[in-house]
Ligand binder design. Structure first.
Ligand SMILES: *Cc1c(COP(=O)(O)O)cnc(C)c1O
Length: 380
């Protein structure tokens, strides 16, 4: 091809090499723990399935290509991927994190890594200068989400990367790209060092697996993650890798429809008298509307909003929808609703990151928009 393939083409073909033994178009599920060797250490590149598995390799190759990385490492969950990043650190290191982030990430930082002598600061990252004031001499990792979970606020990844790299201590910049996916933004191209995914969400896209991944460009980091993946062993099984790849093929189509539906719903919610505030990056009322347009291809499929009636109204709304299923998680083809303070973000209760219990979070699916609007209307 004269021109390099566009994302919609890449996402269908990435990592798709016909199976060498049969020519199968789709990489099979290599359900095996070990591989026979011709002689000691003379083998086909596969020794033991914690270290290498062809189904996992196909997924890793695809994710590396789509995130503009050179390598990717798949893990058994998004949390296991985040854990692998934290394993780069040593006691005495400091992590500067955005103050609005996935509850499980906060719980891991606060309940596990703090006791190993790593310290954490949580600061809004909407204003780059204010955020970077919190960098310390011993800051070795900057942890970002954009859009954040659950408030959908953004940070300017390019600006943060540029202004972090001119410092004498050059912390690594990690972006949890679960909400945006590489279809909307590719943080490695914006200056980030590490991209993290919960592939459970939009990458898998069908709410039928748990998985995670780390993507990088740097060869030293690649070596470290390869070592951690094998030494710690939090690897995904071949069936989950297969399902992630299977889901991934339609990422561009799905994200387009998720975002089309979400924008209509976000605008509708803004007009409802019961609603206090709507958080959606492509709404004109979003404080970072112009950054959203600069950094993201579309607004994605996640919406949060607060209800004037507070916690009881939020609970009642979330328990009254019929098409939107009441469940944690996000990013599947089906619409979901939840109350973060009582569900996904319960671990932030009584911390500085505590989430308003009047907040409702929607993961807008790919159903017909009229059915979704009717469902929301009857839930009010
Ligand atoms: C779900 C989620 C995670 C954790 O991923 P699991 O696959 O559930 O372990 C991390 N970050 C974000 C933004 C998430 O939404």
């Amino acid at each position: 091809m004269k021109n390099s393939p566009k994302f919609e083409t890449l996402v269908v073909h990435a990592g798709l090499d016909p199976d060498p033994s049969t020519g199968a178009v789709v990489t099979p599920i290599y359900q095996t723990s070990t591989y026979v060797q011709d002689q000691i250490s003379k083998h086909k590149g596969f020794e033991y399935a914690r270290t290498q598995n062809p189904t996992r390799s196909a997924l890793e190759k695809a994710l590396a290509l789509l995130e503009a990385g050179t390598s990717a490492y798949a893990f058994g969950s998004g949390m296991a991927a985040i854990d692998a990043v934290l394993k780069l650190l040593k006691p005495g290191d400091h992590v500067l994190a955005v103050n609005d982030l996935y509850g499980g990430t906060f719980r891991m930082f606060d309940k596990i890594y703090k006791q190993y002598g790593i310290s954490f600061s949580y600061t809004p990252a909407t204003d780059t200068a204010i955020f970077l004031e919190q960098i310390q001499e011993n800051t070795t990792l900057v942890w970002l989400e954009s859009p954040t979970n659950p408030h959908l606020s953004l940070c300017d990844i390019t600006e943060i990367a540029e202004n972090t790299k001119i410092r004498s201590s050059t912390p690594l910049i990690a972006v949890d790209n679960t909400f945006a996916t590489p279809y909307l933004q590719q943080p490695l191209l914006l200056g980030a060092d590490i991209v993290v995914h919960s592939t459970t969400k939009y990458i898998g896209g069908h709410s039928d697996l748990i998985g995670g991944a780390v993507v990088i460009q740097d060869s030293d980091l690649a070596e470290q993650f390869g070592f951690i993946q094998n030494a710690v062993g939090a690897v995904p099984g071949p069936l989950d890798c297969f399902l992630s790849l299977r889901g991934l093929r339609t990422l561009a189509l799905r994200m387009t429809r998720h975002a089309e539906n979400a924008l209509v719903i976000a605008k509708y919610l803004q007009e409802r008298p019961e609603v206090e505030q709507v958080y959606y990056p492509f709404l004109r009322s979003h404080p970072q509307f112009s950054l959203a347009h600069k950094q993201m291809k579309n607004g994605g499929g996640m919406i949060s909003f607060t209800l004037k009636g507070g916690r009881e109204s939020a609970k009642s709304f979330a328990e009254s929808t019929k098409v939107f299923l009441l469940a944690e998680s996000l990013g599947g083809v089906e619409s979901l609703v939840e109350v973060p303070a009582l569900m996904t973000h319960a671990s932030t209760a009584q911390s500085a990151l505590e989430v308003d219990s009047a907040l409702v979070r929607l993961s807008v699916g790919i159903e017909n928009i009229d059915d979704l609007l009717e469902d929301i209307d009857q839930a009010f």
